[in-house]
Design a protein around this ligand. Structure first.
Ligand SMILES: Cc1ncc(COP(=O)(O)O)c(C=O)c1O
Length: 379
């Protein structure tokens, strides 16, 4: 089986699985218990994991980390926090939340469900929105063809108080220049709350750098940690409201902490740093180039310089889902169709993208098999 949907379903790293196997037998105490030796030890280790994650995501030791079940819960919790902020203020002062076509369904669905007053879709080619227009939520309808500069301009025109960005467009693999955008937005409105959904695939180059984001949400299984793990990282002055009430994690999220799962976040990230060395990245780029070269004559490749190294997207105006199904069932090649991330507009039944995302370096023979299979299916 070729898993060319590794940005959606990634097998946890072996090291993560090995560690989990021993940890789950050893660490099953409730770390909020402050009287047992084992719970104290677990708690101590969890704090060390927190510091490791804060440091590697460009935050300071004093900032906050809340462990969650994944990015969906993290995003939902953050949106709840914004709703709470808005509940306390009068209509003219409500914070305008802006997100875009690239947002994951955990953001779009939650915002729509919460029925923000005066929700609008905003096309990049229409005029500025006035600061005095009391629109609570705006979804920017962005075309992938916009340059970075044009993207920044649209965000500026939307005048956000809260800006939710995705680090990567999960359908096409485009890298969004999120830190540049946040910087410009903060020049326009220093109080704008900048939130980054960092789930799709962590860009190692962007880790460790101090970030412009005030809040980061992410999902562990995207980089080889265990599924069902994630967290919210936020600046120390941000006091997130709970989605799940209880006394754990400073009362921000209830529920007994699962040491083994939480530890997989650290092990996964550490493994990723080891595995994704320069040599590996060079080989991944080469695999992408070879795949692109073989498929280029069919005019289906949707790619550009600012797309992530391990992703190729193929664009079809018909039968996309059928192609993906046949590739998996008849040719043992799993591909992504980005269904969780598609906007309503793109959800025309047959039109869409097939995303090939790979973690393994493929041999010439494998590349040949994959490209031949794709060509056979689309013909
Ligand atoms: C950009 C993005 N945000 C959020 C999520 C949801 O993550 P989780 O499955 O950990 O809840 C995903 C998962 O596909 C994603 O790609």
């Amino acid at each position: 089986m070729f898993n060319l949907d590794s940005n959606a379903s990634k097998k946890p790293f072996e090291k993560v699985l090995d560690k989990f196997n021993t940890d789950i037998r050893k660490y099953f105490y409730n770390p909020s218990n402050t009287t047992t030796k084992q719970a104290i030890e677990e708690n101590f280790k969890i704090n060390k994991i927190k510091l490791y994650l804060l440091k590697n995501f460009g935050f300071s030791d004093e900032d906050n980390i809340i462990f969650t079940s994944g990015a969906t819960e993290s995003n939902s919790t953050v949106i709840n926090y914004i709703i709470k902020l808005n509940d306390d203020i009068c209509i003219t002062k409500k914070k305008r939340i802006v997100y875009d076509t690239f947002a994951h369904s955990s953001i779009t669905k939650k915002i729509k469900k919460k029925k923000f007053n005066d929700f609008i879709m905003f096309d990049s080619d229409i005029d500025d929105i006035n600061e005095s227009d009391h629109i609570n939520a705006i979804q920017l309808n962005l075309s992938i063809e916009l340059s970075d500069k044009e993207l920044i301009n649209v965000y500026l025109k939307s005048k956000p108080d809260v800006l939710f960005l995705n680090a990567i467009d999960s359908i096409t693999g485009r890298i969004i220049p999120y830190d540049k955008i946040f910087k410009k937005i903060k020049e326009q409105n220093e109080n704008c709350l900048c939130i980054l959904d960092f789930s799709q695939n962590i860009l190692l180059n962007d880790l460790k750098k101090k970030t412009e984001a005030d809040i980061i949400t992410f999902s562990g299984y995207k980089y080889g940690a265990l599924p069902g793990t994630g967290c919210i990282i936020c600046k120390k002055n941000i006091h997130i409201s709970p989605l799940i009430y209880g006394v754990q994690q400073n009362k921000i999220r209830g529920g007994t902490l699962n040491y083994s799962y939480i530890h997989s976040l650290k092990t996964g990230l550490k493994e990723k740093f080891i595995k994704y060395n320069d040599e590996y990245i060079k080989d991944i780029k080469q695999t992408k180039q070879q795949l692109c070269k073989k498929l280029s004559q069919y005019n289906i490749i949707n790619d550009s310089d600012n797309f992530i190294d391990n992703v190729i997207t193929l664009k079809f105006d018909h039968c996309t889902k059928k192609y993906a199904y046949i590739l998996s069932n008849e040719y043992n090649i799993n591909v992504g169709i980005g269904s969780a991330c598609e906007t309503e507009k793109k959800k025309k039944i047959n039109e869409g993208y097939i995303r090939l995302s790979f973690d393994n370096i493929l041999s010439d023979k494998q590349i040949m098999y994959i490209t031949d299979s794709i060509i056979k299916v689309i013909k």
